[in-house]
Design a protein around this ligand. Structure first.
Ligand code: COA
Ligand code: AMP
Length: 629
């Protein structure tokens, strides 16, 4: 079937389409129907089924006689370690960890926070939670203690599973002090913490609270898979919104299983047994869906890569891993390719490796610039697929579905909507726009299986953030257009979210930190264009009257504060002091105009501006930082 036929088939009978896709999953009790409406604008998928994620990701492959197949390849150039774990070994390790968690009182529905770097034990921890019906929430290692504390208070976990440390190029990142600091700061206290000790830095355990990963599994009965309802949460993943309070995106068990399984052949074009590699991090949605769950559910081998595209040890690392492990489909963020291209523009490392197994490459997480795509096409000689999705959706809204049909590539476009997503471009009143016109991108409800049903503990916020602007639609927060052929173009965010090196960050959260500085009266953070990371945060500070401290000191202090409160991943290093911020007459800060001035793109003087002169002052400040050329 062609893409158009598959999409039309879904549109004609969504219920039948997803019930058919559901046949790929091993159910304890199969669903009698796909979609249930549970409230105004609220939907659930396969709610009356009973199923277990870990069984589908691990045990069923062992039961089918494929226990000897490699499930996880761990390749860590940063610690110079390589390891392979078969499905059988994975099953035994996960069952043992799940048994130990259960023996300490973790039950179905309890939350468990996982704070781990890119090591196989992170996946094992996720799967162990799923095995006993516990709900995990993985926190990215580049976040500071404060961010972890916010998540502890929101998810109220019974336990936290953490590693003693992460390893970044040139430095060890001690996780344990961050964990201890976060627990101290949080109001909610977990009952216990499981610490996986890494040899790079062994952590001191707190007696009575911390247990050693290995020790606490000793002599414990392994746990079997506990079937849960189809609408039981598999995990909560926090993502950036407009404020410093992140949004807890929930993923339901059955929808995730069905949608992710469907995506592996149809979008990523792999068959069970093929090696799939997503070079991301388990702390992000790409890591959840395409390092941990989808490849394992589909019976693929997944690669857990602990390294960077460059510097571990060089810009040939990606190609070395692909050739050594016979990777068929590779997924990364455009920024990673830009980093490689900057160090090795001619691709001199590539011919050193046998890339004959590589079938295709996928890019997501941020806008894929045409230069990066053409560079990758030219150097790798395989299809390079831009696809668009979000933490909220868990899998691609738009893609070029290679497993169905290879559609022509249009540079700058992540191609066409996937079955399940009816995408519309709307004007501010919610009216459909014509092909080629820029508007808000919205998806007609219901969203397909595998997408967020609501936010953790925050149904009102869910409604306000996603459902309120356009009744009957899910608002993606992205602006863009659709051409005459139905190809989408994603142009910008409509909110205060920015994308730095493929990492989604909230400028609002950074502003909250800057406002906390005693000398700062008012501030604004915008995302400015950066050739490597896509965007970089840049802060404007207005100081309290009478403050005569050197501006360089204040800038250095706020940079340090953002690192300490949000984490190094915020990459907040640019700030300047200005007299005033440009505002409308009603007091709204004109952030979009500031971004346009910084990036040197066309802009019009906003009709509602209070004092046009302020923009000149902003331009001068930006020029001093090397922007607004
Ligand atoms: N734990 C602790 N610190 C981390 C971290 C982690 N897991 N990940 C990143 N950091 C730190 C970095 O060490 C860096 O610290 P520094 O300010 O002391 O140098 C800081 O956070 C910023 O990181 P990053 O923006 O990633 O920049 P970088 O210069 O280290 O690397 C790239 C640049 C492009 C190589 C890197 O961003 C990359 O590989 N990006 C791929 C994007 C990706 O995987 N996105 C996931 C969505 S698909
Ligand atoms: P995250 O939730 O971290 O995956 O970030 C999702 C956001 O990243 C989207 O809403 C977009 O703004 C951006 N994004 C992701 N993929 C793409 C893409 N292929 N093209 C353009 N923007 C993208």
């Amino acid at each position: 079937m062609t893409y158009s036929e598959v999409y039309a088939q879904w549109k004609a009978d969504p219920e039948g389409f997803w019930m058919e896709a559901a046949r790929a999953i091993d159910w304890d009790r199969p669903p009698t129907k796909a979609l249930s409406t549970v409230g105004d604008g609220l939907y659930e998928w396969f709610a009356d089924a009973r199923v277990n994620t870990c069984y589908n990701a691990v045990d069923r492959h062992v039961a089918a006689g494929r226990g000897e197949q490699t499930a996880i390849i761990y390749d860590s150039p940063i610690t110079q370690t390589k390891r392979q774990i078969s499905f059988l070994e994975l099953r035994n390790r996960v069952a043992s960890l799940a048994g130990a968690l259960r023996a300490k009182g973790v039950e179905k529905g309890d939350r468990v926070i996982i704070y781990m770097p890119m090591i196989p034990e992170a996946l094992e921890a996720m799967l162990a939670c799923g095995r006993i019906g516990a709900v995990h929430s993985v926190v990215f290692g580049g976040f500071a203690a404060n961010e972890l504390a916010v998540r502890i208070d929101d998810a109220t976990p019974k336990a936290i599973i953490a590693a003693s440390c992460g390893v970044e190029p040139g430095r060890i990142v001690p996780y344990k002090p961050l964990l201890d600091g976060a627990i101290e700061q949080a109001t909610h206290k977990p009952e216990f913490c499981v610490i996986f000790q890494r040899e790079q830095q062994v952590a001191k355990l707190i007696e009575g609270r911390d247990v050693n990963w290995h020790g606490f599994q000793y002599g414990v009965e392994p746990a079997d898979c506990v079937p849960v309802e189809g609408n039981h949460p598999s995990y909560i993943l926090y993502t950036s919104g407009t404020t410093g309070q992140p949004k807890g995106v929930i993923r339901h068990t059955a929808g995730q299983l069905v949608a992710l399984h469907w995506s592996m052949k149809n979008i990523y074009n792999v068959d069970p047994g093929d090696v799939f590699w997503a070079a991301s991090d388990v702390g992000w949605v790409v890591g959840h869906s395409y390092i941990a769950y989808a490849p394992l559910i589909h019976g693929n081998t997944t690669v857990v890569f602990e390294g960077k595209p460059v510097g571990t040890p060089d810009a040939g690392t990606f190609w070395r891993v692909m050739s050594e492990h016979k990777v068929k489909s590779f997924f990364t963020a455009p920024t990673a390719f830009r980093a490689v291209k900057r160090e090795d523009p001619t691709g001199a490392h590539i011919p050193k490796y046998d890339l004959s197994n590589l079938g295709q490459v996928y890019l997501a997480g941020e806008r894929a610039d045409p230069d990066t795509i053409t560079w990758a096409q030219d150097k790798l000689r395989v299809p390079v697929i831009d696809h668009w999705w979000q933490t909220e959706t868990g899998w691609a809204i738009a893609a070029n579905p290679l497993g169905i049909e290879e559609l022509p590539t249009k540079l700058g476009s992540p191609a066409v909507p996937m079955p399940g997503y009816e995408v519309h471009i709307l004007d501010p009143e919610g009216k459909p726009m014509k092909p080629g016109e820029l508007g808000a991108i919205a998806v007609k409800l219901p969203l397909p299986p595998g997408t967020l049903p609501t936010l953790w503990n925050a149904e009102d916020r869910f409604r306000k953030s996603y459902l309120a602007s356009f009744p009957g639609y899910y608002e993606t927060g992205d602006a863009g257009l659709m051409d005459d052929d139905g190809y989408l173009y994603i142009m910008a965010r409509t909110d205060d979210v920015i994308n730095v090196a493929g990492h989604r960050l909230s400028t609002g959260a950074m502003e909250e930190v800057l406002s906390g500085h005693p000398d700062v009266a008012e501030c604004a953070v915008i995302g400015v264009a950066d050739p490597l990371k896509g965007q970089l945060p840049l802060g404007f500070l207005c100081l309290n009257a009478g403050c005569d401290r050197p501006h360089t000191d204040i800038v250095a202090e706020v940079v340090q504060q953002v690192r300490a409160h949000i984490g190094p991943v915020a990459a907040f290093k640019l700030a300047c002091v200005v007299e005033r911020l440009p505002k409308t007459r009603s007091g709204k800060i004109l952030r979009a105009t500031m971004v346009a001035i910084a990036d040197g793109t066309d802009w019009k003087m906003p009709a509602t501006i209070d004092d046009p002169q302020v923009l000149e002052e902003i331009k001068t400040a930006l020029q001093a930082l090397g922007f607004a050329k």
